[in-house]
Design a protein around this ligand. Structure first.
Ligand SMILES: [Mn+2]
Length: 322
């Protein structure tokens, strides 16, 4: 069901307040927003003395090790055999994106499914849906939730929330940046958010491996005047295991290129025969193109996954069938 944010905040608060056993789920290949929003709730519920479990199909990237209690995220599938009063999913347009479409149904019935997100393509799959598409990030949705219910935001929660705001807005530089996000950041700093950690781990900490990948991606930039699109790509042979935060970093940096072109498309071969594409645009609704390719996202930032391989041509990368 879809209700006004204020009512949804209240209902969600009631459901969580009455719950004893809570399962929090961050999406697979976790980023700063899904970890920031869910760990803010983890830290709050631990403070409240609730029995809380945090699940993520993939281990949180090492760069997020400064988040309080991040070590508690488990990928043990047995968590889906336990009973819960409430199951909450963070920053996921649908259950498949989250990586738990085959797993959530294993939870014994009787729980309430809460969907907290900001993606325009969200399918409203929860019993309660708190989907604010005008929010910069799911962390901003959570910030509004805590404020609306008068919940004290401590330093651990503030650090989590600021991480989500910071990463989804590319350090308050991309189109998702809005007045509430900036105001929230100010309040979170006042609440003790450790922004020194965020800067050190997410911005300044560049390894040789990550800089070499940046070099490869930048050297392959091509401008296609016909479609006003800049392309670049990574082959799976370029590198073995790249962490998602390196990819996130270079993708976000590429946003700057769109001020010389309308749209940027970054293609990346995965090891399983799939290609992951991510669009960023300043003048075109790329969520529509991404949806045509079986993906989704936001108007100005969207993505898709498709089967194939990348062929290098003088005009840029081509997707070919395998
Ligand atoms: Mn997000």
């Amino acid at each position: 069901m879809t209700v006004s944010p204020t009512r949804a905040f209240g209902r969600m608060y009631e459901a969580i307040r009455q719950a004893n056993h809570v399962l929090l789920i961050a999406h697979k290949k976790p980023d700063g927003d899904t970890l920031g929003s869910s760990s803010s709730m983890l830290n709050w519920l631990l403070r409240e003395g609730k029995d809380v479990t945090a699940f993520c199909l993939d281990a949180p990237p090492k760069v997020f090790r400064y988040l309080d209690n991040v070590y508690r995220y488990t990928n043990d599938l047995h968590v889906f055999n336990s009973t819960y009063d409430v199951v909450i999913i963070f920053d996921s347009g649908d259950l498949r994106y989250c990586g738990v479409d085959q797993l959530v149904s294993r939870v014994p019935p009787g729980y309430l499914l809460i969907n907290i997100d900001h993606h325009i393509t969200n399918t409203q799959y929860g019993d309660h849906n708190l989907v604010l598409t005008d929010a910069s990030s799911t962390a901003e949705v959570m910030y509004r939730f805590y404020e609306a219910n008068g919940i004290f935001i401590d330093a651990a929660m503030a650090t989590s929330l600021l991480t989500g705001l910071f990463t989804d807005t590319s350090s308050f530089t991309n189109a998702a940046t809005n007045p509430i996000a900036v105001k929230a950041a100010s309040r979170l700093l006042a609440a003790g958010a450790r922004h020194g950690d965020i800067l050190q781990y997410l911005l300044h900490d560049k390894s040789v491996v990550s800089l070499r990948i940046w070099g490869t991606v930048l050297s392959r930039l091509r401008y296609n005047a016909t479609h006003d699109v800049v392309t670049t790509y990574l082959l799976h042979t370029d590198t073995n295991e790249i962490s998602t935060d390196i990819i996130e970093g270079v993708s976000n940096f590429l946003n700057a290129v769109t001020y010389g072109a309308g749209t940027i498309l970054f293609l990346r071969e995965l090891s399983d025969g799939q290609i992951k594409g991510s669009f960023r645009s300043i003048n075109c609704d790329v969520s529509k193109i991404a949806r045509l390719m079986g993906g989704g996202g936001h108007k100005k930032a969207a993505g898709f996954t498709i089967t194939g391989r990348i062929k290098e041509t003088p005009d840029g990368p081509r997707i070919v069938a395998v």
